[in-house]
Design a protein around this ligand. Structure first.
Ligand SMILES: [Zn+2]
Length: 244
């Protein structure tokens, strides 16, 4: 039972990490969306600058055209015409850049929409996964509660001092205080169990607690219990096995 309790506890301990791992799956999709939005913001800033350029060259061209009416000399007029042509050429170039930027803006917008859709999809999958983890968590918790109740019930007939001893040993041995003695070996640590102890363990009516000399676990055996030797005479008291 303690093995079962320990296994359930260590499994329950993994649940927060499982939820974290599920959430971590969202990190990639969130980063992709942030990157797409950043690119879009940069794009919008760029476009505003271009719009400003277009307006500036347009204003300048208008200003020069307005000035042509007041011009007195042919030379000054030519110079103004030159400035107007230059401003208009700059304006046309800025307008070309504006158009290209608008096309790029549509592309950036599409990328943001796509990243948003991807994130939503990831969220749906992760939420489903988290729900599944939570349901499993509830189930494992229920199993642990049942195992603990069963354990408490099994402990009821165990004498207090033995219970205390068991708990003390169990604390140092991954939650269990007992080990099987089989084929002359402690199954907790693999060390030899002395033959007379193995024999005592198998003797019906033995109430003594034997602990492994090496690891300290309380030994028990599943090997057939030897019924007390039938008294050869009329002696009915449970006699100890003759020690060899
Ligand atoms: Zn041992």
């Amino acid at each position: 039972m303690d093995h079962q309790v320990a296994a359930l506890r260590s499994e329950l301990d993994t649940f927060p990490k499982r939820v974290q791992e599920a959430d971590a799956q969202l990190a990639g999709a969130k980063a992709a969306l942030a990157a797409a939005k950043e690119l879009q913001a940069r794009d919008i800033g760029e476009r505003k600058k271009i719009e400003f350029d277009v307006q500036q060259w347009k204003d300048r061209a208008r200003k020069y055209r307005d000035q042509t009416a007041a011009v007195k000399t042919n030379e000054a007029y030519k110079a103004l015409q030159h400035e107007i042509a230059n401003a208009e050429a700059e304006m046309a170039a800025a307008e070309d850049r504006q158009l290209a930027s608008m096309v790029a803006g549509e592309d950036a917008e599409r990328k943001v929409r796509k990243a948003e859709a991807d994130l939503r999809e990831s969220e749906t999958a992760v939420n489903a996964e988290k729900k599944r983890i939570q349901a499993l968590h509830v189930e494992k918790k229920k199993q642990l509660d049942a195992a603990l109740a069963e354990r408490a019930k099994a402990l009821e007939p165990v004498p207090e001092d033995f219970r205390v001893l068991y708990e003390r040993i169990a604390k140092r041995h991954h939650g269990t205080g007992v080990a099987e003695a089989r084929d002359g070996q402690c199954r907790g640590c693999g060390m030899r169990v002395l033959p007379h102890i193995a024999e005592e363990l198998r003797r019906e009516g033995n109430e003594e607690v034997f602990r492994c000399e090496s690891c300290g676990l309380i030994l028990y055996t599943l090997e057939p219990i030897v019924p007390p030797a039938a008294p050869p005479s009329g002696d009915s008291t449970a006699g100890a096995q003759p020690n060899s």
